[in-house]
Structures are given as structure tokens and as C-alpha cells.
Design a protein around this ligand. Structure first.
Ligand code: NAP
Ligand code: GCO
Length: 268
């Protein structure tokens, strides 16, 4: 590979992608492996970790999978210590694990709100805190937080998720501010609407065979006139994990087909 292309290589790097048995995390992890990284991932249940390991193997990737609930600080600290012992110090962290609850705010229980905040905002804080000390010792690190359209926009029924993802944008900026001097870059990726299990309910074919109203809405709101695929995120994710982005810090890179730039197509 020529010297310039090497800037995008992840050869020799260890990447932890949280919640990456499938979905966006899995797509990012496979791209990192293709760029040369060693892949570490976690999920809440052993059966999902096993499924993930098999899926990576099918891609020719010998991943390292661990059971860990990212909202549990003791579990996370033990997980990171085990990875550092068994695999090595983490060079790249992708805080990908996330949930959403689509409930009208006034019908949402406080416990449900807290659960979303716990996974989508508290967990990236916990996991980042666990990996930063070793990144400082190593002299470099990359942290990539998976934000969202809802880091910038609201919509009905996603109050907890928007609050969490808005907070995650600011946590991204703060980690960048606090640890930039240690050659740690922290950036976000803001995916648009991506076809994964998380958005499957928004794309369900209706009883009359028509597309879900929300599906039609997103197509009209997206200049690219399509849902994103998780593979659309791979190039931006590799860029933000590589030395090609060493002077990019505190930025959220929206990979949304143009949604945030577009007022939306006029209904025909
Ligand atoms: P997904 O298909 O629902 O996958 C989420 C992953 O996170 C699953 O592997 C899940 O594991 C894991 N997870 C959830 N809670 C966890 C916890 N406490 N500890 C460890 N792992 C946990 O979601 P996705 O669509 O791939 O989304 C991945 C990330 O992108 C999320 O942060 C999401 O908010 C964000 N995002 C998605 C879209 C989109 O359109 N899909 C757009 C913008 C941002 P289990 O299966 O065990 O629950
Ligand atoms: C929703 C969707 C979105 C996407 C994504 C958009 O219900 O509006 O789930 O939140 O998951 O976050 O960027």
C-alpha cells in the first residue's frame, strides 16, 4: 500500500466496538478488520456473542467476543482489564451499543427514560472512562460515538433517545476537549435512517401491502431517496479510526444521505 493510503490503514490496531453482534456495530467492525484491525466486541448475552463470533468467522474474521452489559461499570472495568490481558490495549473504541424506546413522552415511565439514557449516554461515558487511561499511556487513541439524527432533531415518541443522543454529541465534544492534548481524538458518527433491526418497525409492510408511512416519509426526507445501509457507514468509520483524521476532533460526521440539509420533497 502506498504511503498516503497507509494513513487509512488500521494495521496493528485493536478496536473495541460495543454491541456489535449485528447491525451497525457489526458493519463497522468488519470494515475495521478489512483495514487491518483486531476486532473485540461485546454483547449482553453469551448466545448473541456466539452468534456474532460465527458471523465474523463467516467474514473470515477471528474476532474476540465478550459478554458485558455496558451500563454496568463493574462489568465494563472487568471487561476492559480482561481484554487488555488477553488481546492488548484498545486503540480504537466505538461506542455503538444503543437502544430506543418509541413512546409518547407523557406516557413514558421515568424508569423507561432512564433505561435509554443509561445505555445511550451513561454507557459511552463508562466505557470511554475505562479505556482512556491506557490510551494516554500508549500515546494515542480514537473514540467514536455513534450519535444520530436525533443529536440534532426531535420527533414524536423519541424524547429519551433524542436527549441521550444530544448528550452524546456534547460528551463527544467534551472528551475531545479534555483529552486532545494526549493525542486522543473523539468524534461522532451521526447515521441517518439505516435499515437495521432497530428501525425494522418503521419499515414494516402494511396489511394492504403498502410501505410503512414512516418509510415513505424518510424516503421523501432523504435527498438520496433511500434508507441507508450499515455498509454506508464503513468508510467514514475507518476514516475517523485512522491517522488520516488525527487533526479531526470533537466533530460529528453525519452520514445521512443529506437529510439534515433538506427540507423534504413536496408531496405529489
Ligand atoms: P440494533 O440493531 O438495535 O443493535 C444494537 C446493539 O446494541 C445490539 O447488539 C444490542 O445487543 C446492543 N446493546 C443494547 N444494549 C446493550 C447493553 N446494555 N450492553 C451491551 N450491548 C447492548 O441497533 P443499530 O441500528 O445497529 O444501532 C447501533 C447504534 O447506532 C445505536 O447506538 C443506535 O442508536 C445508533 N443509530 C442507529 C440508526 C439506525 O437508523 N439504525 C441511526 C442512527 C444511530 P442486544 O441484541 O443483546 O440487545
Ligand atoms: C426513529 C429512528 C431513529 C434512528 C436514528 C436516526 O425512531 O426515529 O429509530 O432514531 O434510529 O437514530 O438517526
Amino acid at each position: 500500500m502506498n504511503e498516503f493510503a497507509n494513513k487509512f490503514s488500521l494495521e496493528g490496531k485493536i478496536a473495541l466496538i460495543t454491541g456489535a453482534s449485528y447491525g451497525i456495530g457489526f458493519a463497522i467492525a468488519t470494515a475495521y478488520a478489512k483495514a487491518g484491525a483486531t476486532i473485540v466486541f461485546n454483547d449482553i448475552k453469551q448466545e448473541l456473542v456466539d452468534k456474532g463470533l460465527a458471523a465474523y468467522k463467516e467474514e473470515g474474521i477471528e474476532a474476540h467476543g465478550y459478554v458485558c452489559d455496558v451500563t454496568d461499570e463493574d462489568q465494563v472495568n472487568a471487561f476492559i482489564a480482561q481484554v487488555e490481558k488477553e488481546v492488548g490495549v484498545i486503540d480504537i473504541l466505538v461506542n455503538n451499543a444503543g437502544i430506543i424506546k418509541r413512546i409518547p413522552m407523557c406516557e413514558m415511565k421515568a424508569s423507561e427514560f432512564r433505561q435509554v439514557i443509561d445505555v445511550d449516554l451513561n454507557a459511552p461515558f463508562i466505557v470511554s472512562k475505562a479505556v482512556i487511561p491506557s490510551m494516554i499511556k500508549k500515546g494515542h487513541g480514537k473514540i467514536i460515538n455513534i450519535c444520530s439524527m436525533m443529536s440534532e432533531l426531535g420527533r414524536e415518541t423519541v424524547s429519551a433517545y433524542a436527549a441521550a443522543k444530544g448528550g452524546l454529541k456534547m460528551l463527544t465534544r467534551n472528551i475531545a476537549s479534555e483529552y486532545g492534548e494526549f493525542n486522543i481524538q473523539c468524534n461522532g458518527i451521526g447515521p441517518g435512517y439505516i435499515a437495521t433491526p432497530q428501525t425494522a418497525p418503521l419499515r414494516e409492510i402494511q396489511p394492504d401491502g403498502s410501505r410503512h408511512p414512516f418509510d415513505q416519509f424518510i424516503i421523501a426526507k432523504t435527498p438520496a431517496a433511500r434508507w441507508g445501509d450499515a455498509t454506508d457507514l464503513q468508510g467514514p468509520a475507518v476514516f475517523l479510526a485512522s491517522e488520516a483524521s488525527d487533526f479531526v476532533n470533537g466533530h460529528v460526521l453525519y452520514v445521512d444521505g443529506g437529510i439534515l440539509a433538506y427540507i423534504g420533497k413536496q408531496p405529489q
